[in-house]
Design a protein around this ligand. Structure first.
Ligand code: DGL
Length: 268
């Protein structure tokens, strides 16, 4: 089985790690580090980037696609019902994982601005508070997961949630689980939701086989990406390759192999 994942950088590794533990497969992971971060760009821009990456994965003949990036996923809502290659939405997984009534959500600027988590959770009768925590993406990409500075930054972003007394906090960006220990300590008695756990449950009926292997395609510096893989102790066999942006841009034509565009246009 060949499975595709994508993110702006190492955030999606928090999804890949959980997936690979459950489902042995051949993984193709695109890390668009050259054009990262995604969360501060416009929705139209990220929709185009996401379509290019999905086109790339479709050409690689992946059998399933996991949005290991909430920001990308937030730009792809209109395509959700039209995917021909099964597509797993990380945002939908996060919403489905919620059990309680008072929910706090953190994500990138764009994910929060999209209002998707808020809308879908409120539609289930929940009270929702949300806040962007974009700086978490930068510290995680820098490989800084612990220490006083991280604690101060996490506190700065999460302190305003206290008054709301959330029962749950959704980590609405795949970079954030790298800071989960510190977040959990500061949000005492709050259930911390990593949507990756739910996305893994979605495929628990699938049976993989053999030994997993990961092909990483990195648009930025592959050596730097590999250093990060080593730093987080990524222990599965892999290969890191460079992917030119110019080449990736051309793959947008294959998006239609993954998604029935006519159905999207027809419904719009
Ligand atoms: N890890 C991504 C997410 O889940 C994107 C972070 C970024 O590039 O801003 O939203």
């Amino acid at each position: 089985m060949t499975i595709g994942l994508f993110d702006s950088g190492i955030g999606g590794l928090s999804v890949l790690k959980k997936l690979i533990e459950t489902l042995p497969a051949h993984y193709v992971y695109v890390a668009d580090t050259m054009r990262a971060p995604y969360g501060t760009k416009t929705s139209d821009t990220i929709e185009v980037f996401s379509r290019e990456i999905i086109g790339f994965l479709a050409e690689k003949k992946v059998e399933r696609i996991f949005a290991a990036c909430n920001t990308s996923d937030s730009t792809l809502v209109k395509y959700r019902g039209a995917f021909k290659i099964p597509y797993h939405s990380i945002i939908q997984a996060g919403v489905n994982a919620s059990k309680y009534d008072r929910v706090a959500v953190i994500g990138t600027h764009m994910t929060v601005q999209s209002g998707l988590y808020k809308h879908d959770l409120e539609a289930r009768g929940k009270k929702v508070i949300q806040r962007p925590a974009q700086l978490f993406v930068s510290i995680v990409e820098e490989g800084i997961f612990y220490g006083n500075m991280v604690e101060a930054i996490v506190k700065f972003y999460l302190e305003p949630f206290r008054k709301f007394k959330p029962q749950e906090l959704i980590l609405g960006c795949t970079h954030f689980p790298f800071l989960k220990d510190i977040i959990a300590r500061l949000m005492d008695n709050v259930r911390i939701i990593d949507p990756a756990d739910e996305i893994v449950r979605e495929v628990s009926h699938l049976v993989g086989s053999g030994r997993s292997f990961v092909e990483f395609y990195v648009t930025g510096n592959p050596e730097e990406f590999e250093r990060k893989l080593k730093k987080i102790g990524f222990k599965y066999p892999y290969q890191v390759k460079h992917l030119e942006i110019a080449e990736l841009e051309q793959k947008v034509v294959y998006f239609e192999r993954a998604c029935d565009i006519d159905r999207v246009l027809g419904s719009g």
